[in-house]
Ligand binder design. Structure first.
Ligand code: E4P
Length: 231
């Protein structure tokens, strides 16, 4: 099984650049990435992105109550066929959004359930969805690791739970380093989403250890010469 690489980005010029790459099979965004990219009008900005790519792309809702989340999801879905509507697994108070997920999934809307950390949450989500409408479950590996937690066991269990669902893909989100791609592949993740810089590093995988040593030593040498170090 291959692990598809998605690009986690909202800058228009970057989306243009990475959309051309064969290795990039889709995109993920979130409200923080949109803000960082300078988006002012959310809907118009998403529509600009949709002019650039036909690859699968996730746009997130940002309402915090079920009624408005559903309204936003229904609007977002109408903007294009390649859209996965990103719904957080809980609202900001930690209340599981099972009913919302169930309704939108039964309305045949492709969803990307985000901010997932545990296999228990994966199981709760799977209890609410059918076996035909496409759904991504995004597990935030990097944010777990940032807090000293190993993401691998939770992702492993989630993949096992999702096996019975041919329509469900487990996505390694919150990628921190190129090696996460190897980890995601080993686990059998369907997708990994990574920032552009990491994709560029993945493209250059394959250097031998001896070449790595030479490059490393060269780098130190060049810097010490630039600084005219003397002992
Ligand atoms: C996933 O879809 C998210 O946008 C993303 O991976 C979050 O990553 P971060 O933890 O680096 O913000």
């Amino acid at each position: 099984m291959t692990t598809k690489i998605f690009c986690d980005i909202a800058e228009l010029d970057q989306i243009k650049k990475f959309n051309k790459k064969k290795i990039v099979k889709g995109f993920t965004t979130n409200p923080s990435l949109m803000r960082k990219a300078g988006a002012k009008n959310y809907s118009n900005y998403c529509k600009e992105i949709l002019k650039i790519t036909r690859k699968p792309i996730s746009f997130e809702v940002f309402a915090d109550d079920s009624k408005n989340i559903i309204n936003q999801a229904l609007k977002i879905k109408r903007w294009g066929k390649n859209i996965y509507v990103k719904i957080p697994v809980t609202n900001s108070k930690g209340v599981f959004l099972g009913k919302v997920i169930n309704k939108l999934n039964n309305d045949n809307i492709k969803l990307n359930i985000t901010a997932v950390y545990t296999a228990k949450q994966t199981s709760q989500i799977l209890n609410k969805v059918n076996k035909k409408t496409k759904l991504i479950i995004s597990i935030f590996a990097g944010r777990m690791a940032d807090k000293g937690k190993d993401p691998v066991p939770e992702i492993k269990k989630s993949i096992k739970l999702a096996k019975k669902f041919k329509n469900v893909e487990i996505l390694w989100a919150s990628t921190r380093e190129p090696y996460n791609y190897i980890q995601a592949k080993k686990l059998g993740c369907h997708i990994i989403t990574t920032p552009p810089l990491i994709i560029e590093k993945i493209e250059k995988f394959g250097k031998s250890f001896s070449n790595l040593t030479i490059d490393t030593v060269k780098g130190f040498l060049i810097d010490s010469r630039k600084s005219k170090f003397k002992i």
